[in-house]
Design a protein around this ligand. Structure first.
Ligand code: CA
Length: 175
């Protein structure tokens, strides 16, 4: 009986789903590796300082798009994350994407801050590469001293008030 069942299953061509093997990056669950670093989007809206503290608690800091390639990687990380909610069908949208934190996932703090009129990364020094959106940085209300990615389409940079709340990207060195 059991033998017949096995034969029958084999003849139907039914494939038992196999969980895809997740690549072992050494970064830990939820982190993505790029060029020796690990990155993660945290979908909890926080002020820039609170976001930095949260990254510290994960043994990292806020992500720094200090070069064209790293910044593109971060942009794509966010774009693919956001597009998952943009293009999904309505059922998926209401189940997965409807929380406020998800809807705002395209706005993320990065680890850049302005001091004395000079923009610097937390660990990578002065800005050499920049990816400002058109008409940015505009210091619109005179207090836009923190760097966010994703203010407009294509996820370019904007200077934003540090007390506003945003999702954010943390980075840490690959262990
Ligand atoms: Ca601005």
């Amino acid at each position: 009986m059991i033998i017949f069942w096995i034969i029958d299953r084999s003849q139907t061509g039914i494939n038992i789903p196999v969980q895809p093997v997740q690549p072992t990056t050494g970064c830990g669950s939820g982190w993505v590796e790029y060029s020796g670093m690990c990155y993660i989007i945290i979908k909890q809206r926080m002020t820039w300082n609170s976001a930095l503290s949260h990254c510290h608690s994960l043994s990292g800091t806020l992500a720094e798009g200090y070069s064209h390639s790293v910044n593109d990687f971060l942009r794509n990380m966010m774009l693919s994350d956001h597009s998952a909610c943009e293009v999904a069908n309505f059922v998926y949208y209401f189940i997965v994407c409807s929380s406020a934190t998800q809807l705002y996932s395209k706005y993320c703090w990065l680890g850049g801050q302005k001091s004395g009129g000079h923009w610097r990364w937390l660990t990578s020094g002065s800005f050499h590469y920049t990816d400002w959106n058109t008409h940015e940085p505009d210091n619109k209300y005179g207090n836009e001293n923190c760097l966010e990615m994703g203010y407009h389409v294509d996820n370019h940079w904007n200077d934003q008030s540090c007390s506003d709340t945003r999702n954010f990207i943390c980075q840490k060195r690959k262990p």
